[in-house]
Design a protein around this ligand. Structure first.
Ligand code: DGY
Length: 434
C-alpha cells in the first residue's frame, strides 16, 4: 500500500494551533488533551522538533499547584465541545492553575516515556536533553501527586475516579459500575454526536453517569481525599498504572542521563518497587490469565479482558510465568486471523461492539503501547503483527480516530470511525513506520 507520510504531517500541521498545542480532531475535540499531547509530540518530533517541545511545554504550563496535569486544557473558547470549561469549573479547586481553565481530572501518565522517546528521535541530543532538564521536575511532581494524593491505601497504585481518566471512556468494563449508580437524567446538549454518528459514541445514559461523577467532584471542590471517600467510581486501572510505572522508569533513565541523583530519584525508586509488587498482587487475575481492573469502591476485580490488560508488557512489570499466561490469553482472544490487532475489548465477550468507541474498535495509541510491550517481552512476531496491522489500517482508511477490527465487513462504508484527521493516528503512524 502507498505510504501516507506527507498526509500524516499535514494532519498534524493543520491541527496545530497558534497557542502552541495540537487539537486531536477539528470540531470534535477542539482543545489540548493530556495523553493526546504526549503521543502527538512523538509524531511532531519526526519532522518539527520545536513543535514537539512546544506541545509538551504548553501542556506543562497548565499544571496545577499540587502537581496534577489536567486531562483537558481549555486554551480557547469554542462551543463545539460538551462538557466545556463552564461545566467543569476547575476554579472551584484551590489547587487549580488560575491561568489555564481545565477539567479537574487526569489522563494516563504518558509524559515520562514520551520525553524518553523524544530524546531517541532528536538528532540534536544535547538540545533535547537541555529541554528535558527544564521539564523533568514538573513530570516528577505529577508522579508525586499520584503517589501522594491518588493512592488511598498507600500501596503504590494510583486510583482514577472517572472513566475519562482511564482514556478508555465507554469500555464495557465500566457497565458494572454504572449499575451501582442511579444518576439523574441530566438536561444537556451533546456536541460529539453532531460530529460523529451516535452509533459510534457513548449513549446519553452513559453521559448521565459521566456528568454525575463530575458533579460529585465539583461538590467537593475537586479535593482528592473527599472524592476518594465519596465517588462511586474508584478504580485501579492496569493501563493507567502500567503507564505510570513505565514513566517512572523513563524518569529515572532521564535523570541519570542528566547526571542527577537526589531525593527525587530515591523516591522514584521506592515508588517503583512498591508499585510493581502491588500491581502483580492486586491486578493479576489467574482465572483470566491477564491483568484486570480493580474496583476499589466495591473491593473486587472487574472480570474483563481489554487492550488495557496488555499494557503492563510495556513496563517492567510482568514476571516470566505471568508472561506465558498473558501471551496465551492474547493469542487466544485477540489475534484471530479474521481480526486486525488489537480490539480494545475482548472480541469473544458479548459486550464487544466493533464500532462503538472503546467497546471494541482498534486504537492506534493502544497498538503502539502493546507493540512496544511485546517487543520488550521478546515476542517479535506478535509485535510485528500489531505494527503491520496498525500501518495497514491507516493506509487503507486514513487517519481516523478508531478502526473496525473485523477484516471482512458486510458494508463497504464501514471500517473506520469517529473523528477525521485524528492527530495521534497520524503522529504514531509516523513513529511506527520508522
Ligand atoms: C470525549 O469527549 O469523548 C473525550 O474522550 C473525553 O476525554
Amino acid at each position: 500500500m502507498v505510504r501516507r507520510v506527507n498526509e500524516a504531517k499535514e494532519v498534524l500541521l493543520s491541527n496545530y494551533q497558534p497557542g502552541g498545542f495540537t487539537i486531536p480532531s477539528k470540531g470534535l475535540y477542539p482543545f489540548q488533551w493530556k495523553w493526546d499531547a504526549g503521543f502527538i509530540a512523538i509524531g511532531l518530533a519526526h519532522f518539527d522538533i520545536e513543535k514537539a517541545k512546544t506541545e509538551i511545554s504548553t501542556l506543562l504550563k497548565a499544571q496545577w499547584k499540587n502537581g496534577m496535569i489536567p486531562h483537558i486544557v481549555f486554551h480557547t473558547d469554542t462551543d463545539t465541545y460538551f462538557p466545556g470549561k463552564d461545566f467543569h469549573q476547575s476554579n472551584l479547586s484551590k489547587q487549580a492553575n488560575p491561568d489555564y481553565p481545565s477539567t479537574g481530572m487526569v489522563q494516563p501518565p504518558v509524559l515520562g516515556f514520551v520525553l524518553e522517546r523524544l530524546l531517541e528521535i532528536a538528532t540534536d541530543k544535547k538540545d533535547m536533553l537541555a529541554f528535558i532538564g527544564e521539564q523533568l521536575d514538573k513530570v516528577y511532581y505529577n508522579h508525586e501527586y499520584f503517589y501522594t494524593h491518588r493512592d488511598v491505601n498507600q500501596e503504590g497504585l494510583a486510583y482514577i475516579y472517572h472513566n475519562w481518566e482511564s482514556g478508555t471512556d465507554n469500555s464495557p468494563m465500566w457497565d458494572a459500575i454504572w449499575e451501582t449508580m442511579d444518576p439523574p437524567h441530566y438536561k444537556f446538549e451533546r456536541r460529539d454526536t453532531t460530529h460523529v454518528d451516535p452509533e459510534q459514541r457513548p449513549t446519553n445514559r452513559e453521559y448521565d453517569h459521566y456528568l454525575h461523577l463530575i458533579e460529585i467532584a465539583k461538590k467537593y471542590h475537586y479535593e482528592d481525599a473527599k472524592i476518594a471517600a465519596h465517588s462511586p467510581f474508584l478504580v485501579l486501572d492496569p493501563l493507567f498504572n502500567a503507564l505510570l510505572i513505565k514513566s517512572n522508569e523513563s524518569l529515572l533513565a532521564l535523570y541519570q542521563k542528566l547526571g542527577i541523583d537526589n531525593q527525587k530519584t530515591k523516591n522514584l525508586k521506592q515508588w517503583q518497587e512498591k508499585a510493581i509488587n502491588a500491581f502483580n498482587k492486586k491486578l493479576w487475575s489467574p482465572t483470566h490469565g491477564a491483568y484486570v481492573h480493580y474496583d476499589l469502591r466495591n473491593q473486587k476485580q472487574l472480570p474483563y479482558i481489554s487492550s488495557s490488560s496488555f499494557a503492563p508488557l510495556f513496563a517492567p512489570i510482568v514476571p516470566p510465568e505471568k508472561l506465558v499466561a498473558l501471551n496465551q490469553t492474547f493469542q487466544e482472544k485477540f489475534s484471530a486471523a479474521n481480526l486486525y490487532c488489537c480490539a480494545s475489548f475482548d472480541p469473544t465477550h458479548n459486550g464487544f461492539n466493533p464500532k462503538r468507541y472503546w467497546r471494541g474498535p482498534v486504537w492506534i495509541n493502544m497498538n503502539w503501547i502493546i507493540y512496544h510491550g511485546f517487543k520488550r517481552a521478546g515476542a517479535i512476531q506478535t509485535a510485528n503483527r500489531i505494527k503491520e496491522d496498525s500501518i495497514t489500517l491507516i493506509e487503507k482508511y486514513g487517519f481516523k480516530e478508531y478502526f473496525d477490527p473485523r477484516k471482512k465487513l458486510e458494508n463497504t462504508t464501514e471500517g473506520a470511525y469517529g473523528g477525521d484527521n485524528f492527530s495521534w493516528s497520524a503522529a504514531l503512524y509516523l513513529d511506527l513506520i520508522k
